[in-house]
Design a protein. Structure first.
Length: 203
């Protein structure tokens, strides 16, 4: 039997249909690059939503945001800027500051960001949303899926597309595109609790 494709479109999504069908929550340009390329190659035009109030400090946030905007602009894709409210994010993860990576803090972080993505998809009347968070080997796919599916229950007429974006050669392609675009490649996830100690000291 032929091998099943590594990535399958969710039910109802029509390749090469006119207009935008998907909201793509993007954590950074490097992680989104191969995913966006795959979507376009498969006839899906995404709307990129950059909502990452977890990123610290503000200078780091702005660098990553501008790289994501640059990437979208080079492809002629609509790019939306979410609010940067780090204090609200701190409230969302309150009590879990000392949790390790992949612990409860990360799942609360995913919930906060993906709920915003679900609400934006609903506002734009896009039936599906997904996230580039699931491209990182440092993240828990189970946590991301739970957070995305929970976020979808908080709004109407929106579905979360749970997808392992590490498959289908996309991880290798990500690394190639990182070099082609000369993207800024961050050294930590984003929040102050994930910063390398030397970086934290510098700030």
């Amino acid at each position: 039997m032929p091998k099943a494709p590594a990535i399958l479109l969710p039910p109802g999504m029509q390749p090469h249909a006119a207009g935008e069908q998907l909201l793509l929550h993007v954590c950074c340009a490097p992680c989104s690059s191969a995913i966006v390329e795959w979507l376009l190659d498969n006839g899906i035009r995404p709307v990129i939503y950059y909502f990452n109030p977890n990123i610290y400090p503000l200078e780091e946030y702005n660098i990553r945001k501008q790289e994501s905007r640059r990437h979208a602009s080079s492809l002629g894709i609509r790019w939306l800027d979410g609010d940067y409210d780090h204090d609200a994010w701190r409230c969302a993860i309150h009590g879990c500051e000392d949790e390790p990576e992949r612990g409860a803090r990360c799942e609360l972080c995913f919930r906060h960001r993906l709920l915003a993505a679900a609400r934006m998809a609903q506002t734009l009347r896009l039936p599906n949303f997904t996230t580039t968070l699931a491209s990182s080997r440092w993240k828990s796919l189970e946590q991301i899926t739970r957070a995305g599916e929970w976020a979808a229950t908080q709004v109407t007429d929106v579905r979360f597309w749970a997808q392992n974006w590490r498959k289908g050669g996309l991880q290798q392609r990500r690394n190639e595109l990182l070099r082609e675009y000369n993207f800024y490649n961050q050294r930590y996830c984003g929040c102050e609790f994930s910063m390398p100690k030397e970086t934290e000291t510098a700030h």
